[in-house]
Design a protein around this ligand. Structure first.
Ligand SMILES: [Zn+2]
Length: 112
C-alpha cells in the first residue's frame, strides 16, 4: 500500500495553551478530490522513517491514483492531529505514478 518515496513536505504543528503539541495534516486528499474528514483517512506514523503517511480512503481503492501524503515528522509523532489545509497551501504535492513510472531514478534502478 505504501512505498518509500521522499516526503512531500514537513508536518506542521500547533501548540495549545496547555503546551500540547498537535500535528496538523492536510484536510484534502493528495489527489485534491476528497475531504479527508468526509471520506475518512488512514494516518500511519513511522518513527523509524521519521514520516507520517496519510492515505485517503476514497482514493485508496484505485491503485493508479497517487493517494497518500508523505510528511516528515520532527521528533516523536504527536498524540493528536487536526485537519487543516491552510498550512499546506504552498506545498507542491510530489505526485508519483503508483505503478512505478516517475519515481526518481536513484530509487528505481533500471534493468540492464
Ligand atoms: Zn481522495
Amino acid at each position: 500500500m505504501f512505498d518509500d518515496r521522499p516526503p512531500d513536505g514537513p508536518v506542521h504543528y500547533r501548540h495549545t495553551n496547555a503546551g500540547e503539541r498537535i500535528g496538523v495534516i492536510p484536510a484534502t486528499c493528495k489527489a485534491g478530490a476528497h475531504s479527508l474528514a468526509r471520506v475518512g483517512y488512514i494516518a500511519q506514523a513511522s518513527e523509524a522513517e521519521g514520516v507520517v503517511r496519510i492515505s485517503c480512503r476514497a482514493c485508496n481503492e484505485d491503485v493508479d491514483v497517487d493517494h497518500f501524503w508523505v510528511l516528515a515528522l520532527s521528533g516523536a509523532p504527536p498524540y493528536s492531529v487536526e485537519l487543516d489545509d491552510e498550512p499546506y497551501r504552498a506545498m507542491v504535492p510530489l505526485m508519483v505514478d503508483a505503478r512505478g513510472r516517475g519515481l526518481p531514478p536513484e530509487r528505481w534502478p533500471r534493468a540492464t
